[in-house]
Design a protein around this ligand. Structure first.
Ligand code: TRP
Length: 354
């Protein structure tokens, strides 16, 4: 059950934003992030991670929130959060995120960020939270019999993730647009009621084409159709060998008519920076087996270095913890400053309290 959202204005605005970023990257502060639910796959890489690395290299300031509280919105069981957080950082760094530039932190570690949630919740109504299409969608896919209170508060929590560091740009998939609207609403209402403290952040939609999993459905860890960033060359070969194709022998690139074959072609093209039409044509009558060989080689070549780097990083948990500690310290410092401004604006400064 996905509620349709008209994304064309956001898509138009995103292409304007791209030009503004090219003209002056230093004007932009990006905050984006992920739930630590397990290792990232190639769909994440080509959908978002690659774009983050690109923007960071351009000179945009980047912060990455590891949304560990958000993982708890729809589960009844404890997760291995600490293992997932370490894996996520390894995925980020191996993909090329520079930890000296980017502020990377799990939001549970930033007390002042979480404290923003209370005034923020006072600025949105219960019906607004209930009719948020992303929340509805997540409730529909929830693994719980009842809906937790955290499920309804998390769009406001996400506003705290974004606004604590006064980010003005949020690269997201179109499924996250309703959340960004909540953040914008909260920022606007806060400023109207208490005075100007927050920017109204804008969405930057990625133009990346959607990569399908090996069964032709959306690539997702829970469907078991994903190739992980950390998959070995052998595993990759096995997964691609088993990928769904169709009965037509001649390979073409027709995303509408032949989604499974087109997705394989696209994966190979993205990995080797080739044009998908040209790649499909070069395989042509070689058929699915030849296509799979080309794609396997392209994936394994593209990710050989980052896979080795990822393994090295995971073998050095001390270093990963150091990256986290640095991100936590920076995020806490930033959040304390914002919380002090919020208290000043709200008139809740009563002395030396924390
Ligand atoms: N909701 C996002 C997801 O499920 C993760 C997230 C948490 C996020 N806080 C954020 C994304 C702030 C962008 C900005 O993937």
């Amino acid at each position: 059950m996905t509620t349709a959202v008209d994304i064309s204005p956001a898509a138009r605005r995103s292409s304007e934003l791209e030009s503004e970023i090219s003209a002056d990257p230093s004007r932009f502060r990006i905050l984006t992030g992920d739930r630590p639910t397990g290792p990232l796959h190639l769909g994440h890489y080509f959908g978002t991670l690659h774009n983050r690395v690109r923007l960071q290299r351009r000179g945009v300031h980047l912060s990455l929130v590891i949304a560990d509280y958000q993982v708890l919105t729809d589960r009844d069981v404890a997760e291995d959060l600490s293992g997932h957080v370490m894996g996520l950082i390894a995925d980020y760094l191996a993909a090329g995120i520079d930890p000296d530039e980017a502020m990377i932190f799990p939001h549970s570690q930033v007390a002042a960020l979480n404290q923003l949630l209370l005034p923020f919740l006072s600025l949105v109504t219960v019906p607004e939270l209930q009719r948020n299409p992303t929340v509805k969608d997540e409730i529909a896919h929830s693994r719980q019999s009842g809906v937790s209170g955290l499920m309804f508060t998390y769009p406001a929590h996400q506003a705290a993730d974004i606004l604590f560091c006064k980010a003005n740009l949020v690269p997201v998939g179109s499924d996250q647009l309703p959340h960004l609207e909540v953040t914008r609403t909260i920022a606007r209402r806060f400023n109207d009621r208490y005075g100007p403290v927050f920017p109204e952040p804008e969405a930057l939609l990625s133009s990346a084409p959607l990569l399908l999993g090996t069964d032709g459905a959306k690539m997702s860890k829970s469907r078991g159709n994903a190739i992980m960033l950390g998959s070995s060359a052998e595993e990759t070969a096995r997964l691609i060998r088993g990928a769904k194709t169709d009965a037509q022998r001649h390979i073409t690139y027709e995303p509408q008519a032949r989604p499974e074959v087109a997705s394989l072609v696209l994966l190979g093209a993205l990995c080797s920076e080739r044009d998908p039409l040209e790649l499909a044509e070069s395989v042509g009558s070689g058929g699915a087996a030849a296509l799979k060989a080309v794609v396997t080689e392209a994936v394994n070549e593209r990710f050989a270095a980052s896979r080795a780097r990822r393994a090295e990083l995971l073998a050095d948990p001390g270093y990963l913890r150091q990256v986290l500690a640095r991100g936590n310290a920076r995020a806490n410092e930033r959040a304390e400053v914002t919380l002090a401004e919020v208290r000043e604006a709200m008139g809740t400064v009563y002395g030396e309290s924390r």
